[in-house]
Design a protein. Structure first.
Length: 518
């Protein structure tokens, strides 16, 4: 594979790059005929293969209720990979597809799992695989319980065999439950058949390069961590904005809404990375320990005064990218009396020494003006302006922004003298985009997560105690909304916000940063 050209500004600098190739792996993908496998997993496996990081001793066994032969599945996989993956040669693709297999069957049929066991024995022998069995649940959450129980009762989970247990791993997609009770029940099912060390609960946002860079940025640079606290930071905003509506996910989304679909997982996981204490090492459990500890310090919502800390909205008719789009209630598959929210904005406080009284403003929504995911850190104004004699009594604050998508990058806003007058101060932005600097397309987050799972690295996977604490935080909100007759506030599709969400900040003298791309 050709080495990408690196921008001259970084080419001469020392770079430390560590990557582990995948060991021998047999991957069993449930839901192999579905959208996620074809759109994300198969292209990501192809890219790992293209980078030379996939073991020669690898095979993929697709499982689904759809009846395919091995050849039919390989053709489906080839089409998906060609559609999503650039730069893979025909010979590379053929070599990969030769290790793809398929087995149809009903998820509730015990015989299907016996056939999986028999086929796995054959494939492990054929490809000389002496490594992990990776069971990936790319199916609707309603099927998790059924599949996990059958993996356990058939012996595929290796629960009672310590030597075998080191080999079997379970990957579970979000959502992990729809409330605290269902999440706890699902975890009890998993714990009956799998040890926590075998379980990989995936949150694809944690696989994004810029999200991972938060830890590198904070803990590998001595200039930032000393000011990463209430003494220097005024407020922090986290935004995950989408232009898309519910698309083909109407039935799922109308049962979940933005708080379950995005806020409980993606938004709060990013918050934990931004605000957690330094871990003792760059290993999975120390990092996850600090994330959970941080989440436990988030001030609980007051059910009697939710309006002052969290609001919900729902998009109405509007225009996105110059095209008219329908209101949420007019989307196909949405119940006409639905009270599901498509936008959540919240103001949180973290009650610990580092962050006491620093507001964290969080928002996520659909059908907004631009697709943009960013973290914006606003520092406090200088304590005293030296330029009051010329009318500059208040200086604009410094702003540090991490843009996670669509263009990954980092920017720092500061004040500097402009040429000309004796005193001429202007705001400047120092910024970079990853693609411009490193000369490569940013890898799909599933590449990172799949490779980590194969190598047994749980750092970017959520632990159940982290999931439990986020549900505990949000249950008073969900219960209050369910008891209330109030509908979500309506905002026009294509807008950036709406008055009730703006009010969360305005009462503190702040406003949302615009949905700007780098």
């Amino acid at each position: 594979m050709p080495i990408p050209e690196i921008h001259p500004s970084v080419a001469a600098l020392d770079m430390i790059c560590v990557e582990s190739a995948a060991p021998p792996t047999a991957m069993i993908a449930f839901g192999a005929s579905g959208d996620l496998v074809q759109r994300k997993l198969l292209p990501s496996i192809a890219q790992i293969h293209r980078r030379g990081l996939l073991s020669e001793q690898f095979c993929l066994l697709g499982c689904s209720r759809t009846e395919y032969s091995d050849e039919q599945f390989r053709q489906v996989a080839a089409d998906a990979i060609r559609h999503s993956t650039g730069g893979i040669s025909p010979s590379e693709l053929t070599a990969l597809l030769d290790r793809f297999y398929y087995l149809g069957g009903d998820y509730s049929d015990p015989g299907a799992y016996e056939r999986i066991r028999t086929r796995l024995v054959e494939l492990r022998r054929k490809h000389a695989i002496d490594g992990c069995d990776l069971f990936y649940l790319s199916v609707p959450p309603i099927l998790y319980d059924t599949i996990i129980k059958h993996l356990g009762s058939s012996g595929l989970s290796c629960k009672n065999d310590p030597e075998c247990r080191q080999r079997a791993r379970l990957v579970v997609e979000k959502p992990f439950g729809r409330d605290l009770d269902s999440a706890t029940q699902l975890n009890q099912t998993i714990s009956k058949w799998f040890e926590e060390s075998q379980v990989y609960r995936i949150d694809h946002y944690l696989g994004k390069e810029t999200v991972q860079n938060i830890m590198i940025f904070r803990f590998a640079n001595a200039i930032f961590e000393p000011i990463w606290n209430r003494n220097h930071i005024d407020n922090i905003q986290i935004t995950i904005a989408e232009t898309l509506g519910v698309e083909h996910r109407a039935s799922y989304y109308d049962d979940s809404g933005a708080i379950r679909d995005m806020f409980q997982n993606h938004v709060l996981q990013v918050l934990a990375l931004v605000a957690m204490e330094p871990p003792i090492s760059f290993d999975a459990d120390p990092i996850r320990d600090e994330k959970v500890k941080l989440l436990r310090t988030v001030r609980p919502f007051d059910p009697e005064n939710l309006a002052g800390s969290i609001v919900r909205g729902r998009y109405g008719v509007g225009r996105i990218n110059g095209q008219d789009v329908p209101a949420y209630l007019s989307e196909k598959g949405i119940a006409p009396n639905s009270r599901t929210e498509t936008y959540v904005a919240a103001k949180l406080f973290i009650d610990n020494w580092r962050w006491k009284d620093v507001p964290f403003y969080l928002r996520t929504g659909k059908r907004l003006a631009k697709k943009n995911t960013e973290i914006v850190v606003t520092f406090k104004e200088p304590p005293h302006s030296l330029f009051g004699s010329v009318g500059l009594h208040h200086m604009p604050p410094n702003v540090l922004a991490f843009q996670i998508q669509p263009q990954e990058g980092i920017s720092l806003r500061f004040q500097a003298k402009r040429p000309g007058s004796k005193i001429c101060i202007g705001t400047l932005d120092m910024k970079f985009r990853y693609q411009d600097i490193f000369g490569v397309e940013m890898p799909e987050s599933y590449q990172r997560l799949l490779l980590d799972c194969m190598t047994g690295d749980q750092t970017l996977y959520t632990r159940f105690d982290g999931i439990e604490v986020t549900w505990q935080l949000l249950m008073p909100v969900l219960q209050a909304w369910e008891r209330s007759d109030e509908k979500p506030y309506e905002y026009p599709a294509g807008s950036e916000s709406f008055p009730q969400a703006d009010a969360l900040l305005e009462v503190d003298g702040h406003k949302w940063h615009g949905l700007l791309t780098m």
